[in-house]
Design a protein around this ligand. Structure first.
Ligand code: PBG
Length: 310
């Protein structure tokens, strides 16, 4: 009876699976702060994608860990960069069977670990926009379907849309990290992506978590600048924002169930304190019920096999 009356059902195709592709490893290396998650070598990417496609998941979000970092994050837009290579490999193998999305940020590529260009100890918004345009075009040249700018610079969606269109990539979509809060729940990711800022924090470009209106204004700006999908991140402490966005914007909405949200469940499950599958099911259903169409989640890798097959 519950089954036939259940209105919200999370399907594997609602999920987007993040991959960390690491130029420094030859085999999959476990990420300590994210039990069950791995740094993948470039030659492991196709197999990993095949296993999630077999479970019904249809999209990946790629993060790269380059061999060399520098002040300007130049490996983020190198034609032979790690993400560019992974995109080409995946599109060659799977074509339209897999939606390839690429995180667009500098923090994994800069020696200082900030999301933008730093001058005199400060992140420079407009200088960063130019570089984001270059990164978008190089990811598009590699064949990405969707770029996902996560750096929270003002005007980034417009700058990227213009750069893509000017280079003839008007078909490449933008999933904008529109409402991205300065959150402690990114802790394990910073370990995973080796991108903790070497000085200061991200509070001058990520949002304070107590203000709904500000989040909605950020979303509205991105919609007006040309975003195709808007994103709210993290998910669990922000279900009200997802819900509010759902009622105000007639747009596809993604929610990012971030690393800390994943690791908390894993840690409790490993201690035998929580029923892992039941917790994942309840969490993902809650995020979708709040109004998300798509959920970026590290659970995507495992749940396809059992999630709502009934
Ligand atoms: C980089 C970026 C972060 C995440 C995605 N892209 C970290 C940050 O902003 O500090 C977090 C993802 C997660 O915690 O799962 N801009």
């Amino acid at each position: 009876m519950r089954g036939i009356l259940q209105r919200v059902k999370v399907r594997p195709s609602d999920l987007i699976c993040p991959f960390f592709i690491d130029e420094n490893v030859k085999a999959a290396v476990p990420i300590e702060s994210m039990p069950g998650y791995f740094h993948l070598p470039i030659n492991g990417v196709v197999n990993e994608a095949r296993s999630i496609i077999e479970q019904g998941v249809k999209a990946v979000l790629l993060f790269g860990l380059p061999k060399a970092k520098d002040e300007k994050g130049s490996q983020a837009y190198a034609p032979t960069g790690i993400v560019q290579k992974a995109v080409s490999a995946l599109k060659k193998e799977f074509g339209d069977e897999l939606v390839v999305m690429t995180d667009l940020c500098l923090c994994e590529y800069t020696s200082h670990g900030h999301c933008g260009i730093v001058e005199k100890g400060e992140v420079k918004n407009d200088a960063t926009l130019e570089v984001y345009g270059k990164v978008a075009v190089s990811q598009a040249q590699a064949g990405t379907d969707v770029v996902a700018p996560s750096g929270m610079m003002d005007g980034q969606v417009e700058a990227i849309r213009t750069a893509l269109d000017d280079a003839g990539f008007d078909q490449v979509g933008i999933m904008a990290y529109s409402a991205k809060f300065a959150s402690c729940f990114y802790g394990p990711f910073r370990d995973a992506a080796e991108c903790a800022p070497q000085f200061g924090d991200r509070k001058n470009y990520q949002m304070g978590f107590a203000n709904t209106e500000e989040a909605l204004r950020e979303i509205e700006l991105d919609v007006n600048e040309g975003a195709d999908i808007i994103m709210i991140k993290p998910a669990l402490a922000y279900l009200d924002i997802i819900n509010e966005a759902r009622s105000r914007f007639n747009m596809p909405i993604a929610a990012y169930n971030v690393s800390g949200e994943y690791s908390m469940v894993k840690a409790a499950a490993l201690n035998g304190w929580i029923d892992e599958k039941a917790a994942i099911n309840e969490i993902l259903t809650g995020i979708k019920r709040a109004g998300a169409d798509l959920i970026i989640t590290y659970f995507a890798k495992d749940v396809g096999a059992w999630l709502y097959q009934q």
